[in-house]
Design a binder for this molecule. Structure first.
Ligand SMILES: Cc1cc2nc3c(=O)[nH]c(=O)nc-3n(C[C@H](O)[C@H](O)[C@H](O)COP(=O)(O)OP(=O)(O)OC[C@H]3O[C@@H](n4cnc5c(N)ncnc54)[C@H](O)[C@@H]3O)c2cc1C
Length: 290
């Protein structure tokens, strides 16, 4: 490959995730510009490409992850375009975005306080809380396709819902978002959402909520009622604090975590007939290069 930035072979991925499980990327790159990433993508043939954001919602498979894994960590810019509009790099950390907005006296993203990860990951999963999601504030998205071309999508060219965004088979590079002036009530909202996190094991190694809430139900409550709290397989354990969090107690493999997720889903299905859908994603190819 004739590219002008570093490729790392056999890069351990566990330290780049909040769960701290899983194996190695066969080839890993963290380009610092869209052009560099485009050059890399267009110089690979029929190669699976995985994208890693902040690694806070992901299980990395054990063993070797084939092909190329890219991190957007070096594309972490914030550029204010007008009073309430800014262009944000996909690698910009979400907690830092909340702080930046507070400094600029801008509001609108209070529901995302305490959510780890990057802006790109938050867009892809429409991360949020209390019925709100990150995509609500996104006007346009610039992304890179499997041929290494940059594409800009306007609002209306992507759809989103509960922990879902329709954008697929593209690497999100940046987005333009519109915020609003910070109002006194927003300080209360920040406190409200911070308070809701007090029953979550935020200092443990986890990938956030394991399952989405099924329509009309709380996944955590269902798991609790079905006796999942405290269940463990290998080094993976269902949090005693919040049944919808699986924590790595120290030496868990991704296989331990996946087996425990399947066991919990089975227990809930056997008791209630409800099929739980995973919220946590597995690191898998975003696309294959052409
Ligand atoms: C303690 C804790 C609390 C959490 N609380 C919440 C919560 O309240 N609400 C909530 O919604 N989530 C929550 N999460 C989950 C997680 O923080 C969010 O889903 C976050 O938005 C994921 O972003 P990330 O950058 O870490 O993405 P990653 O975990 O790195 O990736 C997630 C997915 O997005 C893809 N992806 C990431 N970046 C890009 C990109 N630039 N282009 C294309 N694909 C990309 C990855 O390939 C993967 O499929 C929590 C997690 C933890 C650990």
């Amino acid at each position: 490959m004739n590219v002008n930035f570093d490729l790392v072979y056999n890069q351990p991925l566990a330290p780049l995730t909040s769960l701290r499980t899983g194996g190695y990327a066969e080839i890993f790159a963290s380009p610092d510009t869209p052009d560099a990433l485009g050059t890399l993508i267009s110089s690979c043939r029929h190669t699976p490409v995985q994208v890693l954001g902040g690694g806070s919602n992901i299980i990395v498979p054990d063993g070797t992850v084939s092909g190329l894994t890219v991190s957007l960590g070096k594309m972490a810019s914030f550029r204010q375009i007008s009073r309430c509009t800014a262009e944000i790099g996909a690698g910009y950390p979400l907690p830092k975005l909340l702080k930046t907005l507070r400094t600029l006296n801008l509001g609108g993203l209070e529901f995302a306080v305490g959510i780890p990860g990057t802006a790109g990951g938050a867009f892809l999963g429409n991360a949020g809380a209390g019925g709100h999601g990150f995509c609500e504030l996104v006007d346009t998205v610039t992304a890179l396709d499997s041929s290494g071309q940059l594409i800009t999508l306007e609002r209306g060219q992507f759809t989103y819902g509960y922990r879902y965004c329709s954008l697929r088979e593209m690497i999100v590079i940046s987005m333009v978002m519109t915020f609003r002036d910070f109002e006194p009530e927003d300080a209360e909202l920040l406190e409200f959402y911070r308070d809701k996190r007090r029953n979550q094991p935020v200092s443990s190694r986890s990938a956030g909520c394991t399952f989405k809430n099924p329509e009309g139900h709380s996944a955590g409550k269902l798991l609790d009622e079905c006796g999942c709290k405290g269940l463990s397989i290998g080094g993976a354990k269902v949090s005693e604090q919040h049944a919808n969090f699986i924590i790595n107690t120290g030496n868990a493999s991704s296989s331990d975590v996946n087996s425990l997720i399947d066991l919990c889903a089975k227990k809930v299905y056997d008791s209630t007939g409800i099929i739980l859908e995973r919220e946590i994603k597995t690191l898998s190819p975003c696309f294959y290069t052409r």
